[in-house]
Structure formats: structure tokens, C-alpha cells
Design a protein around this ligand. Structure first.
Ligand SMILES: [Zn+2]
Length: 227
């Protein structure tokens, strides 16, 4: 598809390891070739790579600006300052819901916006502002990964704490910290192999599926800035 200069919102959604960042960076590079001024932002919570760069699993890198996840309005100011034609938003799911208004304002101002993020959290719940962004989008790309258990198509993000499926009320673990050896990891899984453990304090909940998981606001694939 040729680069679109008109106002446009493209959302790239998918689970862990589905290549969302690679796809986002690929589109940003194309925009550069078209001599568009590109701004890439991501929430300050993401500590996987140094602040100045967004990095994909295939080690592709792109300069980025960290924005406070609770103040996504900072993106508007940055876009104006840099006179950006195209604004990329990585890890959009971690931003406050205000991101939706910010993105719509960017599009209303004639800009092209490409937002990538996890559409579902580890418990299979729509994640942060992603569902609304997808609803408002002019274009949605949904990417899938490969289930690490069976090799089928994966659309879910499995959270493991200490190697076991996490429960919705499992405490957040500081990456790089030493919390009783309870290392927290995430991997791609298909629907059949996606597991959410029963909440703590509940001995057994047969057939606990994502639909029966109690909602607890703010719980998600969290990372701490520490470490
Ligand atoms: Zn599987």
C-alpha cells in the first residue's frame, strides 16, 4: 500500500512476539523514504531498551521519545514542536485512556498516526486504550505469533511467574529484581494453551477461562522502570 499523506489512523495489534514493533518500524522507515517527518513515542514504563531507541525482537532500532504514560497529551506538544507528519506510538496499551483523545486530535490535525500494542492482556482482557483505538482506526493490522507449546497460531500472551501460569491477582514482579526467585516471563500461546491460574485464595476453579476472570483495573503486562 502506498504511503498515505492524509489523516489516517493505523493500529497494529497482536500478542507477544507477533512482530508489532518490526511492522511499526518498517512503516516508519517507508515514511522517511517519502520524506515525511516522523516522531516515535513510547511510554516511559518500558525499560527494555535505552530511552532514545525503540527496539524490536529482531534488533531493529529507531529513535524514540519517552512520554509519561499518565500524560499522553505530551505527545501533542511533541508533534507540534517537531512538526511531525507521522506519529508512531509503541506499546500503546500502557498509556492512559486519554491516549485515544490525543490520537484522534493528531489525526484531526491532518497527521498520520500508527499505534502498535497488545490488544489483550495476559488474562485475555482488552488492554488499556487499545480496543478504543482499534474501533476508531481507519486500518487495523492484527498480527499473530507462534504458540511455544504446539506451534499453532498464537493470539494470546501467556504470563508466567516462576515458570507457572500467573493468576489475575499475582503480584507484579520487578524485572531484574529478586522476588523469591519468582521470575516473570511472557510468551506467545494459542487459545488452547493459554492459561490463567485461579486467583490466590481460591483452591480450585474448574474450567477457569478468561471470561470468568474477575476484572481488576490496572493489572496488565506491567514492567517497572526500576532495574
Ligand atoms: Zn498451542
Amino acid at each position: 500500500m502506498p504511503f498515505r499523506a492524509d489523516p489516517w489512523l493505523h493500529v497494529i495489534a497482536g500478542c507477544m512476539s507477533s512482530g508489532k514493533t518490526d511492522e511499526l518500524l518498517r512503516l516508519l522507515r517507508r515514511a522517511e523514504i517519502a520524506r515525511r517527518r516522523v516522531l516515535l513515542v513510547r511510554p516511559a514504563i518500558d525499560n527494555r531498551t535505552p530511552g532514545e531507541f525503540a527496539e524490536s525482537r529482531s534488533k531493529a532500532r529507531y529513535p524514540s521519545v519517552l512520554v509519561n504514560r499518565e500524560e499522553p497529551s505530551g505527545i501533542l506538544a511533541l508533534a507540534r514542536e517537531r512538526d511531525a507528519d507521522l506519529v508512531g506510538v509503541e506499546e500503546a496499551q500502557f498509556f492512559d485512556d486519554q491516549l485515544v483523545d490525543v490520537v484522534l486530535a493528531l489525526r484531526d490535525s491532518g497527521r498520520h498516526v500508527i499505534a502498535s500494542g497488545l490488544n489483550l492482556d495476559f488474562a485475555g482482557r482488552p488492554f488499556g486504550p487499545m480496543p478504543l483505538l482499534m474501533a476508531h482506526a481507519d486500518q487495523v493490522t492484527t498480527l499473530s505469533a507462534i504458540c511455544v507449546v504446539c506451534g499453532d497460531v498464537a493470539t494470546r500472551t501467556q504470563r508466567l511467574v516462576g515458570g507457572r501460569p500467573a493468576a489475575v491477582d499475582d503480584p507484579l514482579v520487578v524485572i531484574g529484581g529478586y522476588d523469591h526467585g519468582a521470575m516473570e516471563t511472557y510468551e506467545a500461546r494459542c487459545l488452547r494453551h493459554h492459561e490463567v491460574a485461579a486467583p490466590h485464595g481460591v483452591t480450585m476453579v474448574p474450567g477457569l477461562g478468561t471470561g470468568e476472570v474477575p476484572s481488576s483495573p490496572g493489572v496488565g503486562v506491567e514492567r517497572s522502570q526500576a532495574g
